[in-house]
Design a protein around this ligand. Structure first.
Ligand code: NDP
Length: 506
């Protein structure tokens, strides 16, 4: 897809990105309507390429192909053979990792040093689920005296619909595709309209890995048309969704008509709490990285930082220094730490929130965007000082490089404030008091807590949120047992147990 690859920061000039088609039944095809939409560069706001726009008729074709593949090849294949395909996908990702990282940076504005790390984790996702399904996907067996053995097996659901966002597209897509395929389901993926390049690359990777036709399909297009048709399709058994909370709620409503199973990974407004006994240098590194990496477009970002009043002054001074030094630059430059936001609309939304913060009484401290990058959707790293938790900018997800800083005095007060928000995705606690660390982590209402750490991922444990941040979990055995398969119980009579004899003459 990319015709030349270079390590240099001017790599963009050497890259020609081709137009993107849908991937249905093992072929790259135009949409039925032949319509396309423009894919824009976050860095220049110029068009990168054209993307085939899938609609209901394309979703129907993709679901039909996935259904045939499920019934005729994928679900009946020996597990060892299926896992060879899954491992082959991982091998091809490894071979193409640099090209995928470049495409992701071009498409999303995420710095190349960060896309390289994310993309290399994608191959691990496939290997992890191949191993997990082979070794862990087993049922239970119960003996009932000498009358029964009852046992469970875990069956794939059929065709699953995966709907993904633009903020870490390749990694998030593989989080869903890997367990879905490994457990024996077939897939129709509707990627975000704003980040189609690496989704298309995933189709190329899977094509190269030689998976049977129809096992994996991609329909690019808009959420309200392609996405909604996937959700409504009667032959799609489940929808795994990552995106905004409001979209998740629409999808749950729409999925109800066909009684679909849904998994929801939604927005966040996560607290990071620094007590006065914490290792402040490490807390500072984590706080800065946790909001300014991924350009701040990160669901688990620590967008609310609570500082104990005794350390607030020194911590804020250190934050100011970091913010002024963060390297804003071309996403293709390996030294860039912060790139442009995904698109103009989102850029305007984040800028509006910064204006709201000023109106609400925050002191706004920002880095400076070099003149040469003015064409891109750059929002400088931003601190909102003198924030209080009740402000709109502390209650709503901004999804940009914007950190609100809030002072606290007592543990009770900070836990109450951390929980006084509709979201519950992640939380971070910094203290050297081990009892307090556990206490606070257990009291913060969120699906995932880290004590004395930034967000690190362990694929074996559940990923997901509570409250308005989601329903269900991804990762580990949660994905394979609780979402992508269904238990089936088989009761086996091994003796002559009693059967009521209705209607039998005495
Ligand atoms: P959106 O909710 O706008 O979009 C996500 C996906 O849903 C896109 O593919 C979108 O299509 C599609 N979609 C939109 N409307 C519908 C519909 N009616 N029916 C079916 N599909 C639809 O989210 P963003 O892409 O803006 O992503 C950012 C959000 O994702 C943030 O809130 C972030 O917190 C959250 N997120 C959560 C994570 C988690 O694990 N909890 C991880 C990463 C992000 P289209 O692109 O055309 O709009």
């Amino acid at each position: 897809m990319v015709n030349k690859v270079s390590e240099k920061s001017n790599v963009r000039a050497n890259v020609k990105v081709e137009d993107v088609k849908l991937y249905i039944n093992g072929e790259f095809v135009q949409s039925e309507s032949r319509t396309t939409f423009a894919n824009m560069s976050p860095f220049t706001n110029e068009q990168i390429n054209n993307i085939a726009e899938g609609r209901e008729e394309d979703i129907n074709k993709a679901v039909k192909a996935a259904n045939n593949a499920f019934k005729n090849t994928w679900s009946t294949m020996k597990i060892s053979e299926r896992m060879k395909y899954i491992n082959r996908i991982a091998d091809v990702i490894d071979e193409e990792v640099e090209e995928i990282a470049i495409l992701e940076a071009i498409d999303t504005g995420l710095p190349i040093s960060q896309t390289r790390k994310m993309v290399s984790r994608a191959a691990t996702n496939f290997r992890f689920y191949a191993k997990m399904v082979e070794s862990k996907l087993h049922g239970e067996a119960y003996q009932v005296d000498d009358e029964f053995i009852n046992y469970t097996i875990y069956k794939p659901l059929g065709v699953v619909g995966l709907i993904t966002p633009w903020n870490a597209p390749f990694m998030l897509e593989t989080w869903k595709v890997a367990p879905a395929l490994a457990t024996g389901n077939t897939v129709v993926l509707k990627p975000a309209e704003l980040s189609p390049l690496t989704a298309n690359k995933l189709a190329e990777v899977i094509h190269k890995a030689g998976l049977p036709k129809g096992v994996f399909n991609i329909v690019h297009g808009f959420g309200e048309t392609a996405g909604a048709s996937l959700v409504a399709h009667p032959d799609v058994e489940a929808i795994s969704f990552t995106g905004e909370t409001t979209t998740g709620s629409i999808i749950i409503k729409n999925a109800a008509d066909t009684l679909k199973k849904t998994s929801m990974e939604l927005g966040g407004k996560s607290p990071l709490i620094v007590f006065d006994d914490a290792d402040l240098d490490r807390a500072l590194d984590a706080a800065v990285w946790g909001i300014f990496s991924f350009n701040g477009e990160r669901c688990t970002a620590n967008s609310r930082v609570f500082l104990h009043k005794n350390i607030k002054h020194q911590f804020v001074e250190a934050l100011k220094e970091r913010v002024s030094n963060i390297k804003i630059g071309d996403p293709m430059d390996p030294s860039t730490q912060l790139g442009p936001l995904i698109e103009k609309g989102h850029y305007n939304k984040v800028k509006e929130y910064i204006e709201i913060a000023k109106q609400e009484g925050c002191e706004v401290i920002q880095g400076v965007i070099p003149e040469e990058f003015k064409a891109g959707n750059y929002v400088p790293p931003t601190l909102l000082l003198k924030a209080t938790n009740d402000m709109k900018v502390c209650q709503e997800e901004i999804f940009g490089p914007v950190m609100a800083v809030i002072e606290f005095e007592t543990e009770e007060e900070v836990v109450a404030a951390a929980n006084d928000v509709k979201y519950g995705l992640a939380g971070y606690v910094w203290t050297n008091d081990i009892k307090r660390g556990h206490r606070v982590a257990q009291a913060v209402e969120a699906g995932m807590l880290w004590i004395n750490s930034q967000n690190t991922r362990d694929l074996r444990i559940p990923f997901g949120g509570t409250k308005a941040s989601g329903i269900g979990r991804e990762g580990g055995h949660y994905a394979i047992f609780e979402f992508y398969t269904e238990p089936k119980v088989i009761h086996v009579a091994i003796g002559d147990h009693h059967i009521p004899q209705f209607g039998k003459k005495k």
